[in-house]
Design a protein around this ligand. Structure first.
Ligand SMILES: NC(=O)c1ccc[n+]([C@@H]2O[C@H](COP(=O)([O-])OP(=O)(O)OC[C@H]3O[C@@H](n4cnc5c(N)ncnc54)[C@H](OP(=O)(O)O)[C@@H]3O)[C@@H](O)[C@H]2O)c1
Length: 418
């Protein structure tokens, strides 16, 4: 059968039903180019593994995008997850999300704690609760996946405490959280592999410099600059926080066992990225859906974007090398800016962040105290009013009683007279 067919190919050429070879070549090349693009843009997969049973992981941003993929992978490996979310623990979405995660991973050690990263007060409340817990709580890992961004063309917004939102959620919140949790991190036993995973984005390369005046400058603000600057600040802080941990003299005189790892996940199809691409508009969302093929082709899935996080969580190399390394595509890469390593920049950033937190916390404590006094006054006035109403009602009843008595007496006397 193949021989006659081959002979007919040689003597008579291609059969009429055979497609045009030029067309075949063109389609084959196009399909291969697409497959290659997809393979390249999906990035590398993590191959490191580590048992996570019994390890306690604090995770921010674990409810969506890359954070949700990281949460799933860690929970599947048995880690005890504490999701820090801005929602209340009784929020129906959160309750359902956690139940679903528990069912899918067959891991019931997944909990949520409220910690709104746009509020210094909420962060302090959560972190002091954690620190004050008796006996001290085990802590193996902190993964800081939460972030926010303003879509291009959006307006500058401030948190209730008066700090620019992107700076607050993407940088200052993490600075504040790690600052308060630092004693808990340093107090972990020497044989515990403690890791702090900090995400970044390659947009940090184009960020304006970290000048205090520029950070507070409202005129020069753009969504892109604000996001890039917050990521650069986070990288500078990551390096400084590792130094801060390394400088600690443990009571057992053993070296520091906590490592900071900076992770660039690459571009991924997450809710955050969708908001950025669609500019937060319905028309943008319509265009995104129409051209979804390009997003699928060029951007990673959240699971693939989570691979570098998993590498940072699981690879044993981080125990043997100094911390604060930058990981991209499951391998170490160099930082593209010198100021990330600049101690002077780090010192200034640390000091100005401390100052901003102190000032803001004082102001908001004062506001809360005033609001509390006003609320107490209103409550007192309400109670006073209720008391008055009660007395008036009592007097009314007594008066009515007396009037009824009088009426009774006068009726009796007229009866007697009759
Ligand atoms: N996606 C990318 O292409 C890309 C590229 C480079 C770097 N990254 C980095 O990777 C990380 C994850 O990105 P993503 O795109 O997956 O993010 P995302 O989809 O936008 O999710 C952000 C997460 O942060 C949480 N969050 C926002 N504001 C919060 C607040 N005030 N308090 C507590 N939680 C808050 C959100 O919680 P809710 O569920 O309550 O909204 C959500 O879980 C980020 O650090 C990002 O900068 C992403």
């Amino acid at each position: 059968m193949p021989l006659p067919f081959l002979a007919s190919l040689v003597f008579e050429g291609l059969p009429p039903w055979f497609p045009d070879p030029y067309l075949l070549l063109k389609s084959g090349t196009a399909i291969s180019a697409l497959a290659l693009t997809k393979w390249y843009s999906s990035g590398r997969s993590n191959t490191s593994e580590r048992k996570l049973h019994g390890r306690v992981v604090l995770l921010t941003g674990g409810t969506s995008g890359i954070g949700a993929a990281v949460a799933y992978e860690l929970a599947s490996r048995g880690a005890q997850l504490v999701l820090l979310t801005r929602h209340e623990q009784s929020d129906p979405f959160l309750v359902e999300y956690i139940q679903d995660l528990r069912d899918r991973t067959n891991n019931h050690l997944i909990y949520a704690e409220q910690c709104d990263l746009s509020s210094l007060y909420s962060i302090r409340q959560f972190a002091t609760r954690w620190i004050d817990n008796s006996p001290p709580r085990r802590l193996d890992m902190i993964v800081l996946c939460a972030s926010t961004l303003t879509p291009p063309g959006g307006k500058r917004t401030e948190t209730v405490e008066g700090i620019e939102t992107t700076w607050m959620v993407n940088y200052l919140a993490n600075f504040h959280l790690l600052g308060i949790l630092s004693p808990a991190i340093r107090a972990q036993p020497f044989d515990r592999d403690v890791r702090i995973i900090i995400p970044t984005c390659s947009s940090y390369i184009a960020s304006p410099k970290l000048d205090e005046k520029e950070v507070l400058d409202q005129k020069n603000w753009t969504p892109g600059k604000a996001y890039a600057r917050s990521k650069l600040a986070m990288m500078v802080f990551a390096k400084a926080f590792q130094k801060h941990l390394d400088a600690y003299k443990r009571p057992d005189e053993l070296p520091m066992n906590a490592r900071v790892v900076i992770v660039d996940p690459g571009l991924a199809r997450t809710p955050g990225m969708r908001r950025w691409l669609t500019r937060g508009s319905l028309f943008g969302l319509f265009l995104y859906m129409v051209f979804y093929f390009f997003a699928w082709l060029l951007l990673k899935s959240p699971t693939m974007a989570a691979q570098s996080f998993l590498y940072a969580v699981m690879d044993g190399i981080f125990l043997r090398v100094p911390g604060a390394r930058l990981i991209k595509e499951c391998m170490e890469v160099d930082c593209a800016r010198k100021d990330v390593e600049d101690e002077d920049v780090a010192k200034k950033l640390w000091e100005s962040s401390d100052k901003l937190i102190e000032k803001t916390e004082k102001e908001s404590a004062l506001k809360r105290a005033k609001a509390k006094t006003a609320a107490e006054k209103v409550e007192e006035e309400k109670k006073e009013k209720e008391k008055l109403e009660e007395i008036e009602a009592l007097i009314g009843t007594i008066k009515k009683g007396k009037a009824a008595q009088k009426k009774g007496k006068s009726k009796a006397s007229t009866k007697d007279a009759k």
